[in-house]
Design a protein around this ligand. Structure first.
Ligand code: ZN
Length: 683
């Protein structure tokens, strides 16, 4: 592992933060925390923390000795000084030598000692940082250190490798106990440059930011060299069928299985999936004793809160035999859930039944022949879990190359998984109505489509934007932190590919807003057939093709779904010379009813929005000006030429789509958004 220290960057950080009133110690602490946090082999998802002891002035101008220590919720790779909140040192140090303390007492003390009451919670390792007498203290869960010590003889291996340079501490519960036992270990060997936490991670320290950081890099490099000598384990593949089903077909089956039904009144509790594959991942999941090495626990304790102690291992999905795969996958999941429940019951007994069981669903799913899925309540959460799964694979392969992978025992994993301080990291914010749902919007690059994408995302949906214009799709998707793709929806193959990509990226699809359309004109008795067919391609066939592709995914998931079509007032009330536009739109309105009728039993709803006179791609500014002139009214009066005399906007239409997406008991409905047009009113 290479040191990334740069004198120039360090000085620049001191100068930059100095202008914000941050002192040099705090600035340098921020700088090297970022250096550590930017390297996935050192730090992943909150798995590490750093501190510096320095002096700040209080309001009266009197100097106060503080510990600036990593706060929860901040990513070390992009941390700012605010993510290293200042805690008064004296009250923390006063606890040195005490024998016991509850978690609640510890958290309370840490919070009441903060200089700024608005700060995030200081790290669970704050006490150890405070007790150690060094100015800079760095802690990571370096892959190489955990691979070296996740062994039956991990402690002895660490002592052999690091000798007098490092203290070696057998595993102890993080928080107060680690602070207490860590201090005793430090006092036994006060000249050490840091401490190896067996089966957990590593601390290094120093009088300068650079010294603590360089020691981290050096010690991790020693462990890496030791592992390199042994090499990673080559897993032996069991027999695989010749053809494996693609992830886009496997994902919806899996996503459906891990969804929890919540009855008629609520959406199922779905998960988002993040698929990963690579030669190393496939070697790992194809190994013939996968069920042994993959199910011994997580490589470092705090992964367990995001990954659970064990992954779910599925059967091989053979191409063309997905029904059989689905049956066997269901059995594997039922076994997994029973196993998790037994694990909970067994370990909760040690806590006198004081713990509340978490959900039974896996967070990592390994699929031989294919790769792995990370599961989460959001796309970002699923991605975070998948990153941890990849790290586990890396470390287990190294640990098995060196000896035998053996992490902390089940009881200790449980105590972390059900530790209130770890659960607090996950956040319990109420979910938005469309959370956990994957929403696809066609023609989403501008106008009504882009407004709908924004409105779905605002309600918690994970949004995919398709548009003929790839740049517009990308821009609109960026705004909603979703996926944007160029797609001509009149091209059947392109539609299939786009829906497959959605399944591969999110695990499936729940809401389709089939919005793309364009207006063609011509007197129906004279219009060229080619023009009429062109309009049917986009204004009818494109709706049918993507709806069919969506329904295929929805039925595979088995958790219902929602199809929404943008029809138009033309579907109900023909406009003169607008036959080429109105005819296919009328067919699409009927299409919506047919989907509602044929797929209601699958829990799939189909509804339409009938909008009129929206300033958008269809109704260009030039067209509006021409129409207004022809009628002898102002543009404003033309746009507001409805019963309410109010202009209708793309956002109004988007709100209608969102309402229908949430209306669990509405299907075959047309929701009109036109300010009032009695000729186009329904029923
Ligand atoms: Zn740790």
């Amino acid at each position: 592992m290479k040191s990334l220290w740069s004198d120039g960057d360090a000085q620049a950080a001191v100068a930059r933060y100095g202008t914000q009133g941050i002192n040099a110690d705090w600035a340098l602490r921020t700088y090297t925390t970022r250096l550590l946090g930017g390297v996935p082999e050192l730090v992943l998802h909150g798995g590490g923390n750093t501190s510096v002891k320095t002096e700040l002035d209080d309001l009266s101008g009197a100097p106060v000795e503080v510990l600036c220590v990593k706060g929860s919720g901040w990513d070390m790779g992009s941390i700012e000084p605010a993510g290293l909140p200042a805690v008064r040192l004296a009250p923390l140090r006063a606890l040195r030598g005490i024998a016991a303390m509850t978690d609640e007492e510890m958290v309370n003390l840490q919070r009441t000692s903060l200089i700024d009451a608005a700060s995030p919670n200081p790290s669970v390792e704050t006490l150890l940082h405070a007790f150690l007498p060094f100015k800079f203290v760095d802690h990571t869960h370096a892959d190489a250190v955990v691979a070296l010590t996740d062994q039956p003889d991990g402690e002895a291996r660490a002592r052999d490798l690091f000798g007098e340079r490092m203290t070696v501490l057998p595993y102890v519960m993080p928080g107060f106990y680690l602070a207490r036992d860590g201090m005793r270990a430090y006092e036994d060997k006060p000249d050490a440059e840091g401490m190896i936490l067996v089966k957990h991670g590593i601390f290094t320290w120093g009088e300068t930011a650079r010294e603590a950081y360089e020691r981290m890099i050096e010690m991790v490099s020693l462990a890496e060299a030791e592992l390199a000598r042994a090499g990673s384990r080559a897993f032996v593949a069991g027999g695989l069928p010749a053809a494996i089903a693609p992830p886009a077909e496997v994902a919806p089956i899996l996503r459906g299985l891990v969804s929890e039904d919540r009855g008629d009144d609520a959406e199922p509790k779905r998960m988002l999936l993040d698929f990963r594959t690579a030669p190393e991942i496939r070697d790992f999941v194809n190994g013939d004793d996968l069920a042994s090495y993959a199910r011994r626990g997580t490589v470092t304790p705090d992964h367990v809160i995001r990954t659970k102690p064990k992954p779910l291992i599925l059967p091989v999905p053979e191409a063309g035999r997905l029904d059989d795969f689905a049956d066997r996958a269901r059995t594997a999941l039922i076994d997994y859930m029973a196993d998790y429940h037994a694990y909970f019951t067994r370990n909760n007994a040690r806590h006198d039944g004081a713990k509340t069981e978490l959900d039974l669903m896996p967070r990592i799913v390994l699929v031989p022949g294919l790769g792995l899925f990370g599961l989460g309540q959001s796309k970002a959460g699923a991605g975070g879990t998948a990153v941890l799964a990849e790290a586990n694979i890396r470390v287990i392969a190294q640990a098995e190359g060196l000896g035998r992978f053996e992490p902390i025992p089940e009881e200790d994993q449980f105590d972390i998984e059900y530790w209130s301080l770890e659960q607090a990291k996950l956040g319990k914010a109420a979910e938005k109505p469309l959370a956990r749902q994957v929403c696809l919007v066609t023609g989403g690059g501008s106008g009504i489509g882009a407004a709908t994408a924004r409105a779905l995302a605002a309600e918690g949906g994970e949004v995919v934007v398709l548009d003929r214009d790839g740049d517009a799709a990308a821009t609109a998707a960026k705004e909603v932190k979703g996926l944007g793709m160029a797609c001509d929806v009149t091209d059947g193959a392109a539609v299939e590919a786009a829906v497959a990509k959605v399944c591969e990226t999110y695990g499936g699809l729940d809401v389709l807003v089939s919005n793309a359309g364009a207006a063609w004109q011509g007197r129906v008795g004279e219009v060229d057939e080619a023009l009429l067919r062109q309009s049917f391609e986009l204004n009818f066939w494109a709706h049918q093709r993507i709806a069919q592709a969506a329904v295929r995914v929805m039925t595979r998931q088995g958790t219902g779904g929602c199809l929404l079509f943008n029809t138009s007032k033309q579907a109900l009330n023909p406009g003169r010379n607008f036959g080429p536009y109105g005819l296919p739109k009328a067919a699409t309105l009927f299409l919506m009813k047919q989907y509602a009728l044929d797929h209601g039993r699958d829990g799939i709803r189909a509804n339409a929005v009938n909008a009129d006179r929206i300033r958008s791609g269809l109704l260009t500014d030039g067209f509006i000006a021409e129409r207004a002139r022809a009628r002898g009214v102002s543009e404003r009066d033309y746009m507001a030429g409805n019963l309410l005399a109010r202009e209708v906007t793309a956002d109004d239409v988007a709100a209608a789509f969102v309402h229908l997406a949430k209306a669990r008991k509405t299907t075959a409905a047309v929701l009109t958004v036109d300010g009032g047009n009695i000729e186009a009113s329904v029923r």
